[in-house]
Design a protein around this ligand. Structure first.
Ligand SMILES: C[S@@+](CC[C@H](N)C(=O)[O-])C[C@H]1O[C@@H](n2cnc3c(N)ncnc32)[C@H](O)[C@@H]1O
Length: 221
């Protein structure tokens, strides 16, 4: 069983724009996402829902620091949805600036809908998929079901907002349906991050999963 290494990353994106962190409910998961990419070394990483890029840049940073031959794709219209509210072009411009300056090798922005982006990826080609778009039950179910064929064997799916129980949010309900079908673990902080393994488990994850109740504590921040 491979050991799970914990790193102490410095997130370069923090130096670019304070909005990247201040606009994100995701920031408490950055160290875990970074370590996940460093340890798992997924070749193709796709994020559905990037906004200002807090989650996306944590994964790009891991690819850069680890000198990995991986690509990180950010899919977003960068126009917002009913939960984020409609927003202006400033988020797109902020993400573009960091992408081009800090992660020109690793990061690719796809400004389109999730459904349109499906055509950009072959079946079973994605090793790490992060679903963080519109958070109704129907939307997250649609995003998962349409993208599941794109997930490679032993691929990992991350779901944000599995603990958000606000009016109109339904990720937690869909998550409850998935975890009786597939191996899964979760973090409850920062609105919750679910880790689903619907197509098998990469052996590089085994030591993390074996010590889950102990290891996860140090990812609160
Ligand atoms: C919650 S935000 C993403 C937050 C981000 N992961 C972070 O770390 O802060 C959701 C994003 O998904 C985008 N979005 C929602 N539904 C979409 C769809 N069907 N196609 C493309 N983008 C979508 C919105 O524009 C918004 O920027």
């Amino acid at each position: 069983m491979s050991a799970w290494t914990k790193y102490s990353p410095i997130f370069e994106s923090d130096a670019y724009d304070p909005e990247i962190l201040s606009q994100s409910a995701w920031r408490g998961h950055r160290k875990f996402a970074y370590d996940l990419v460093r340890n798992l070394q997924p070749q193709t990483i796709v994020e559905l829902g990037t906004h200002y890029g807090a989650s996306f840049f944590s994964m790009c940073q891991a690819v850069k620091d680890g000198k990995l031959d991986s690509k990180c794709y950010a899919v977003d219209t960068w126009t917002g949805d009913q939960h984020t509210g409609a927003y202006t072009n400033s988020a797109y411009k902020a993400v573009k600036k960091v992408t081009e300056s800090a992660f020109p090798e690793a990061a690719v922005m796809l400004q389109m809908t999730f459904d349109q982006a499906l055509n950009e990826f072959a079946d079973e080609s994605i090793n790490l998929l992060h679903i963080d778009g519109f958070h109704t039950y129907e939307a997250v179910k649609h995003d998962y079901e349409t993208w599941l064929p794109k997930l490679a064997p032993n691929g990992v799916v991350l779901f944000h907002d599995i603990e958000a129980r606000y009016v109109g949010f339904g990720v937690y309900r869909y998550w409850d349906e998935l975890i009786v079908q597939h191996p899964a673990v979760k973090f409850e902080h920062s609105h919750g991050l679910g880790i689903l393994l619907p197509k098998g488990i990469d052996e590089r994850l085994l030591s993390l999963l074996a010590g889950w109740n102990v290891n996860k504590i140090s990812y609160f921040s």
